[in-house]
Design a protein around this ligand. Structure first.
Ligand SMILES: *Cc1c(COP(=O)(O)O)cnc(C)c1O
Length: 447
């Protein structure tokens, strides 16, 4: 349930601000973040894992605006980065490099040098070849590189095939046999300091089972591979904690913590977490204006001014985002609003899809419609066969749960300037990123 996005007197508010007023002032499509929602989630994960006093390394790739990073940094967050560009963002936001961990299968020499120069907490190494390269670079620089080995525990995260990362067939991490050999030979790498091990299973992982399964393997691995040359003092369990988009059963942070903390105790390790989606996801909405309505005799389309370039998750992962007009007198039928009729609403979608759709006005006053964008691709749809109140051209729709992998994955495809991002804090608003202009589109190009 969301407190910071709620309907009052028939209009959607973000904290103390009317969403329609923000849309009128800053234009659409528009990303609107709630500072209280963001910080609330951060505090909630910190509280759940408090016993282990973890380094919480927010996953920059999930939401990389430096204004957002600054808020989290001020709340005590560290950062999980996957590129030199992300390190630059963290430093610009005032982030502490001593709380930065760096993952990624293809780190460049420059990125490795930059990370060592900035004295980050550790590089999470994904292959033997990468470790050799880091050893060589650290030797050249006359320094010792702090690393963790990213282990691939061969555990099924039971999530979307495109976002599962901890199975043997995925490109991520090092299998346990190879990792074992690397650790035994660690003396051959005098410029490496092995600080620990890390995993990241996938995203979202909507149950605690995969963590337990992986940590069982890791606890044994850590016990068997501790030595003066490899103290393995850090255990980094990655991110992947679930988020409520539709009707998922998502463990609370406390439930994840209850599953994980016994292993932390058993290994005696310091804990690192890398949450992204679970912190940022429900801290923002994407607001989009209805441009046209179209009925082709078989189907009804609600054509909006946001496209897959602004929010690619539905097109890329078939993701579900709840959508509702910013003006509405009924409680939106979504679990996000704790609505009693949410299960029924969702069940009817499934029934409609099975019946091949339709377009008639429904007895409950909702119309069955596809919500689509302006991009010249059939995959440019935010929802297919969704029941929405009948809206008029010019009205706004809110696309919920857009804070993670939303703007961060946006592009200028179809030469569309990207939306503005604004932050609401109580009854004040701040532009975190101005809307791009047509000039921005051609920046760096030459005739
Ligand atoms: C993407 C990623 C995360 C964050 O995943 P979420 O599901 O957003 O929490 C954490 N760690 C690594 C290594 C990642 O690649």
């Amino acid at each position: 349930m969301m407190e910071q996005f709620r309907y009052e007197s028939g209009q959607l508010l973000c904290e103390g601000m009317a969403v329609d007023a923000l849309a009128a002032e800053y234009g659409t499509p528009l990303y609107i973040y709630s500072k209280a929602a963001l910080l609330g989630r951060f505090e909630s994960i910190r509280k759940a894992f408090a016993e282990a006093a973890p380094v919480i390394a927010f996953s920059v790739k999930s939401c990389s605006n430096i204004g957002i990073l600054k808020i989290l940094q001020e709340a005590g967050s560290g950062f999980d980065i996957v590129s030199g560009g992300e390190l630059a963002r963290v430093l610009r936001a005032g982030g502490d490099p001593r709380k930065v961990v760096f993952a990624g299968v293809a780190k460049s020499d420059d990125e490795i040098r930059d990370a060592l120069d900035n004295d980050i907490l550790m590089l999470n190494v994904e292959s033997e070849a990468e470790l050799d390269n880091i050893q060589n670079i650290a030797a050249e620089m006359g320094t010792v590189a702090p690393v963790a080995l990213r282990l691939n525990p061969d555990v099924d995260a039971r999530t979307n095939a495109k976002t599962t990362t901890g199975k043997k067939e995925n490109k991520f991490g090092i299998d346990l046999m190879t990792a074992s050999r690397i650790i035994k030979n660690i003396a051959l790498s005098p410029n490496i300091r092995l600080l620990g091990v890390d995993i990241h299973l996938g995203s979202p992982v909507n149950s605690t089972g995969p963590y337990t399964e992986a940590l069982n393997k890791l606890a044994d691995f850590i016990r068997d591979h501790r030595s003066p040359r490899s103290q393995l003092e850090y255990l980094d369990i990655g991110g992947g904690f679930g988020l409520l988009y539709r009707d998922e059963t998502v463990p609370s942070f406390q439930e994840y913590a209850d599953a994980v903390l016994p292993f932390v105790k058993k290994t005696g390790c310091k804990l690192i977490l890398e949450p992204g989606r679970s912190i940022a996801g429900n801290s923002a909405i994407l607001v989009s204006q209805v441009r046209y309505l179209k009925d082709n005799g078989t189907k009804h389309f609600t054509i909006i001014d946001a496209g897959m370039n602004d929010l690619i998750r539905p097109a890329m992962y078939d993701s579900y985002h709840f959508i509702w007009p910013t003006k509405s007198n009924r409680t939106p039928p979504s679990h996000l609003f704790g609505a009693a009729d949410a299960p029924e609403y969702i069940a009817r979608e499934a029934a409609d899809a099975a019946a091949g759709g339709g377009r008639e006005m429904q007895p409950d006053g909702l119309i069955l419609t596809d919500v689509v964008g302006p991009i010249c691709e059939s995959s440019d749809a935010f929802a297919k066969g969704r029941r929405l109140p009948l809206v008029n051209r010019g009205q706004n729709l809110a696309i919920f749960s857009a804070g993670a992998y939303g703007f961060a994955m946006s592009s200028q495809y179809n030469s569309r300037p990207r939306p503005a991002e604004v932050l609401v804090d109580g009854d004040t608003v701040k532009v975190l990123r101005r809307r791009e202009t047509v000039e921005d589109l051609m920046l760096g190009e030459e005739l």
